[in-house]
Design a protein around this ligand. Structure first.
Ligand code: GDP
Length: 325
């Protein structure tokens, strides 16, 4: 069953400055939605329930994309677990509760594929959640994200709220964090190859053994999927969002290298963590609903690198914002 969202609907994108939120905003604007609500971190601390309640009362959102959170790559996740668990638990809690109190019609909560057990059968089906131990490098973040799914389910069960959850695979695209310490692998590799080429070096360091496998989805495809799910998905269980294809970190590094700095040598550093051996999502439920990704990896990396070159100042500013102590 499709739920129409009128172009005049009051839509709140929580986390609009991030990789995902900015892609959702672009997408909503392109579709002609003109009542979009946002708030910067300075305007609204999403960890503060009273402030969030006040903001919802004043702004009366009807639809909410809950894509705000403290996020980062393997190093940030493993060294800042307190921030990752506290910020994310609080943000989900306050926004979901305020959405319930203020009669939000529909809320989409975005999780992450790291919610699944480390030793999961592959590809990972939605029902494998909570069937085993988590990957230690991102356990705190994963626990917060799992609680977000359960939060939406609980509000649906007890109060009849129309809140849904989607679990995307690893994401990349414009407006990403290119800080080498806190970023995910793809922007990190892009930046490392770029910097090495500019500096005339012939080797780039790649963390870990190169053997873990990752699935990557362009954030514009994710924004498309989020809108699709807002219109077409109405179940209390979460749904996976990905491409259904993965590749090794070595293959990924070679692909980025061939686009950004052909000929550069790769030097693997096995003292850095590999993290999850593999986390390929089973996307058959999403495919059965009629959604499929459109942007293939090579094309997506090319576009993202173009963005990086054309928006170097913004990339630098974001990298500075994501600096770690
Ligand atoms: P994960 O998917 O939660 O493990 O997070 P990441 O995207 O940070 O890392 C994915 C994989 O890429 C891990 O096996 C990392 O060790 C590997 N990797 C290789 N080089 C880098 C790098 O420069 N930065 C990051 N973040 N990961 C890297």
């Amino acid at each position: 069953m499709a739920t129409e969202i009128p172009r005049s609907a009051r839509i709140y994108v929580a986390g609009h400055r991030g990789l995902v939120g900015s892609a959702i905003l672009r997408r909503l604007r392109a579709e002609g939605f003109d009542n979009l609500l946002t708030a910067t971190r300075d305007q609204l601390d999403l960890r503060d329930q009273a402030a969030v309640n006040y903001w919802f009362r004043a702004n009366r959102p009807e639809h909410v994309f809950l894509v705000a959170g403290t996020v980062g790559g393997i190093l940030a996740n493993s060294t800042r677990p307190a921030e990752f668990i506290y910020d994310n638990l609080m943000i989900h809690g306050t926004v979901v509760h305020a959405a319930h109190l203020h009669g939000v019609k529909r809320l989409l909560y975005l999780g992450s594929s790291c919610i699944y057990p480390r030793e999961c059968p592959q590809p990972i089906r939605e029902e494998y959640l909570l069937t085993g131990l988590l990957e230690p490098t991102n356990e705190a973040y994963a626990i917060a994200k799992i609680s977000g799914i359960k939060l939406c389910q609980a509000y649906r069960l007890q109060y009849g709220c129309d809140f849904i959850s989607a679990m995307p695979t690893n994401l990349y695209g414009p407006h990403d964090n290119f800080n080498l310490k806190s970023s995910h692998v793809l922007p990190a590799l892009m930046r490392k190859f770029h910097d090495a080429r500019v500096a005339g070096r012939d080797e780039v360091e790649v963390w870990g053994t190169g053997s873990p496998k990752r699935e990557l989805l362009h954030v514009d495809d994710l924004a498309d999927a989020c809108l699709f799910l807002m219109r077409h998905y109405d179940e209390d269980g979460h749904i996976n969002v990905g491409t259904g294809e993965d590749l090794s970190i070595r293959e990924l590094a070679e692909t980025v290298r061939d686009i950004v700095a052909p000929g550069m040598r790769l030097a693997f550093d096995p003292t850095k963590p590999d993290g999850m051996p593999r986390k390929l999502l089973d996307v058959s439920r999403l495919h059965a609903l009629g959604w499929r990704h459109r942007i293939e990896l090579r094309e997506g990396i090319r576009g993202t690198y173009q963005w990086f070159l054309e928006n170097h100042e913004e990339a630098e500013m974001r990298a500075a914002e994501h600096a770690m102590a």
